[in-house]
Design a binder for this molecule. Structure first.
Ligand SMILES: NC(=O)c1ccc[n+]([C@@H]2O[C@H](COP(=O)([O-])OP(=O)(O)OC[C@H]3O[C@@H](n4cnc5c(N)ncnc54)[C@H](O)[C@@H]3O)[C@@H](O)[C@H]2O)c1
Length: 257
């Protein structure tokens, strides 16, 4: 579980689980480059670095754009000197309805969540394969395993992230590169936004579909306390024989229902 002096890139570092992952890695002694399209990530990286003992810096990146991802990864790896792990929580979610989901929403979610995962993973693999070692941690969702009537494009996109994670794990095992995906149920701004869109009836339905089956307390977890240690485990050598897995960090939501 020791990640002291590990060199790690974290996407989505401006918010929610990405921000918590930056804090967890720096507190465990790693050197982190945080990437996000939202420059709030700058202050989060600076606050984590101030706490130490690791270090953190920030780069603005659009994960849907190949040139942006490739340039940022090249610059980050030059700065870090190596690349041990990439944590990739960055994503977007938009609500919808299967009968009326728009082409624009569909394409946007597939560009950011699916193409973004492919681009981030390819850039990571490009730097890791030569050293025959590395861990890539994607973010799927229970929404990609079950029907999600209120977010059909997001559900389809996360299903694609699951398939991609397994395919990349199968392809890159020979290079010593592991690829897994976390399926979280964690309270973050994305969760707050999704809940905030609902009326009273919608919230009740959300509770019965989501919180009710969280065996550990019937509420979403805390990013620092409940996810941070798992991110350290998956980046570290402690998980060296684990790849291609979809790992729920959800208090039991996915399997206890
Ligand atoms: N919150 C949950 O319970 C939950 C449940 C299932 C899955 N997930 C998944 O977990 C991951 C983390 O979610 P979160 O709740 O922390 O989300 P969040 O909205 O709090 O943070 C997502 C971050 O991604 C960044 N981002 C969005 N588009 C980007 C782009 N094009 N380029 C770079 N950065 C971009 C945002 O600016 C934001 O900082 C996501 O993949 C999400 O789909 C979350």
């Amino acid at each position: 579980m020791d990640i002291t002096d590990y060199k790690i890139i974290v996407t989505g570092g401006a918010s929610g689980m990405g921000a918590a992952t930056v804090r967890a890695y720096v507190a465990a002694g790693a050197h982190v480059v945080s990437m996000d399209v939202n420059t709030d990530g700058e202050a989060i990286a600076a606050a984590a670095a101030e706490q130490g003992p690791g270090t953190a810096s920030f780069m603005k990146v659009d994960i849907a754009d190949k040139a942006s991802v490739d340039a940022a990864f090249d610059e980050a790896v030059t700065k870090l000197g190596d690349l041990d792990a990439v944590a990739h929580p960055a994503a977007i979610q938009r609500p919808g309805d299967a009968a009326s989901v728009t082409v624009e929403d569909w394409d946007l979610m597939f560009a950011v969540d699916v193409r973004g995962t492919m681009l981030v993973n390819q850039a990571a693999h490009r730097h890791m394969a030569g050293q025959h070692r590395g861990s890539i941690i994607n973010f799927g969702s229970v929404s990609g395993l079950r029907p999600e009537p209120v977010a059909p494009a997001y559900s389809a996109a996360k299903g694609a992230v699951h398939s991609w994670t397994r395919t990349a794990a199968a392809a890159w095992g020979k290079d010593g590169v592991r690829v897994n995906a976390i399926l979280p149920a964690i309270a973050t701004p994305m969760y707050d936004t999704a809940i905030g869109r609902l009326d009273e009836e919608g919230r009740a339905a959300h509770f019965w579909q989501n919180e009710h089956s969280i065996a550990l307390g019937q509420k979403y977890g805390d990013a620092d306390r409940d996810l941070g240690p798992v991110m350290i485990f998956l980046a570290s050598e402690a998980s060296r024989f684990i790849t291609g897995q979809l790992l729920p960090v959800d208090g039991g939501q996915t399997s206890v229902r």
